[in-house]
Write a protein that binds this ligand. Structure first.
Ligand code: AMP
Length: 226
């Protein structure tokens, strides 16, 4: 029996990696495969902006320029979400934690609630990322992501699911992508050492050139059956 099949604690799976490394795509595939909630702070924040509530108005400018929102905002969203009953059997975090203070708060919460933490680090070269994000399109209605190269819509620029015209996310514009990669280097990349120091299982996956299904298989192999 290996360490994964031996553990009975529910898993908090942290998908970690730079913007454009495929965290969102893998999180959605893993949600289907493992039947646990997918928690994306980026999606939650975009929803709040679309609703136009005070929190949405507070974070809009930061997100549009590619900078991180304050730790307290991200921490509060995740804290409330993982306390809900559907997370009791485990969940997938996508885009959180992104700073050391966030990782410290999360680490305390997960320990209090008895979760085992597993970090999956999706490794991709920045040249591949810039190309990949530049070809990314999103449905403004249902949020589905498309890639002009690896996962194009059936009809150009139109969502397969609801027929809405696809758009380029504002923070996927090239200058903003560079700012997001810089924020990753400065604030998020140091978490790799933090996770290792905190004793979390840290698994690296080459997520550069293969398609989403091959990468999912690689992750599933590392996680075992549970
Ligand atoms: P994402 O969709 O995960 O790439 O997130 C898009 C944007 O939302 C980021 O560039 C940040 O401005 C903001 N954001 C998402 N998650 C966090 C987080 N954990 N901490 C701070 N800002 C975040």
């Amino acid at each position: 029996m290996n360490e994964d099949t031996a553990s009975k604690s529910p898993k908090a799976l942290i998908l970690f990696g730079p913007p454009g490394s495929g965290k969102g795509t893998q999180a959605k595939l893993l949600r289907e495969a493992r039947q646990v909630p997918h928690i994306s702070t980026g999606d939650m924040l975009r929803e709040r902006i679309a609703m136009g509530d005070p929190l949405g108005r507070q974070v809009q400018g930061l997100m549009q320029s590619g900078r991180l929102v304050p730790d307290e905002v991200a921490n509060r969203l995740v804290d409330e979400r993982i306390a809900r009953p559907d997370c009791a059997g485990g969940f997938i975090l996508d885009g959180y934690p992104r700073t050391i203070p966030q990782a410290e708060v999360l680490g305390r919460r997960l320990a209090e609630r008895g979760f085992e933490t597993v970090v999956i680090h999706l490794k991709v070269d920045y040249t591949v990322i810039i190309k990949r994000i530049a070809g990314r399109r999103q449905c403004p209605v249902c949020g589905t992501l498309y890639s002009l190269t690896s996962n194009p819509p059936k009809k150009a620029d139109v969502c397969d699911l609801d027929g809405a015209g696809l758009v380029i996310r504002e923070d996927d514009q090239e200058d903003v992508i560079r700012e997001r990669l810089e924020a990753y280097d400065r604030q998020t990349r140091p978490l790799i050492e933090f996770f290792a120091g905190a004793g979390h299982a840290l698994k690296e996956v080459d997520a550069g050139l293969d398609g989403p299904d091959a990468i999912l298989q690689r992750i599933s192999g590392l996680l075992g059956n549970r």
